[in-house]
Design a protein around this ligand. Structure first.
Ligand SMILES: [Zn+2]
Length: 306
């Protein structure tokens, strides 16, 4: 993403991870654009061939100030770009909007579906005049408990944990919204673990969930196995240094696995992922994804090879 604002980067990674948990792979195609690069882009379909790609001259795009990115989707292993503006695409836009981004698909003059920016109501003229949005970082920091009405990454995580522990979230699943169903599951957990039953996930409940997870892996039984070839995807990492350490830890713990790294073009995309091994049954995959999550605390996902 180059020289985009750090808060834009942070929030995009957040969106990417949330989308990933829902099985949507989102990638960034461009971020910061210099004035010269913007001019080159503007020339397309005008003084040079091809079709027009932008109506913005140098300085007229939020990209020129490092507050915008463009995205696209890929298939599950990142090998194929997907440009259809379908439900998954709109879901990513929705997730981005929930953390403060404006989406080009909402523009009325012309639609720019890949475009997301943190202009926060400022125009390019404002940016050109030196104004910058007030990105209040504290708003997005989590408080130290979760309750009905909360939403976001922490809630997503709690919901995943509750499901791993066998609590019922069958109606809404992992949706990142702490609603009645999540509250009911938290209450059930609190009853089972002899905690104060208030339906709020505070530090005590949180600690007990962690403890319960450490002792809990799903049974490695053959019963009800689904045949197929699966791959495990782990974590979203910000840079190569980060991922090489993760690679070592995973290789140590699970020798004999084939592990490889999926990344977009260097410098363009901050998202890197580890992909591990091939597994023949779903039970086995679930066992290992839980084990990896418990050991390393990473977001883990798996996909069936088709
Ligand atoms: Zn854009």
């Amino acid at each position: 993403m180059g020289k985009v604002h750090s808060e834009v980067k942070r929030r995009i990674l957040d969106v990417q991870e949330k989308a990933y948990v829902e099985g949507i792979n989102m990638q960034v195609s461009s971020g910061f654009r210099s004035f010269a690069e913007q001019d080159d882009l503007y020339a397309k379909g005008r003084s040079v061939g091809g079709s027009k790609v932008t109506n913005a001259r140098a300085g007229q795009s939020i990209h020129n100030y490092g507050y915008a990115i463009d995205f696209f989707l890929t298939n599950w292993d990142g090998s194929k770009a997907l440009w259809n503006v379908n439900d998954d695409w709109r879901r990513v836009a929705e997730l981005a909007k929930s953390v403060g981004f404006s989406w080009g698909g909402d523009w009325t003059s012309f639609k720019d579906y890949p475009h997301l920016d943190l202009s926060c109501g400022l125009s390019w003229q404002d940016f050109a005049n030196g104004k910058r949005p007030n990105l209040d970082v504290s708003v997005h920091e989590s408080k130290d408990f979760l309750e009905n009405g909360d939403g976001g990454k922490e809630v997503t995580r709690l919901q995943e944990d509750l499901i791993d522990l066998g609590y019922d979230l069958s109606e809404f699943g992992v949706d990142g919204d702490y609603g009645d169903e999540t509250e009911k599951a938290v209450r059930a957990f609190q009853v089972d673990y002899k905690l104060v039953v208030d339906g709020v996930c505070g530090s005590e409940t949180d600690r007990e969930v962690d403890k319960a997870l450490k002792g809990h892996y799903p049974p490695k039984s053959d019963e009800g196995d689904v045949e197929g070839v699966f791959r495990i995807y782990t974590g979203v990492f910000a840079d190569v240094k980060d991922i090489s350490g993760a690679f070592d830890r995973l290789s140590e713990e699970y020798s004999g696995w084939t592990i490889y790294v999926k990344a977009d073009k260097e410098g363009v995309n901050p998202s890197l992922r580890l992909v591990t091994g091939t597994f023949k049954s779903k039970k086995e995959v679930v066992y290992y994804t839980c084990a990896i999550k418990n050991l390393f605390g990473w977001t883990v996902n798996y996909k069936e090879d088709k």
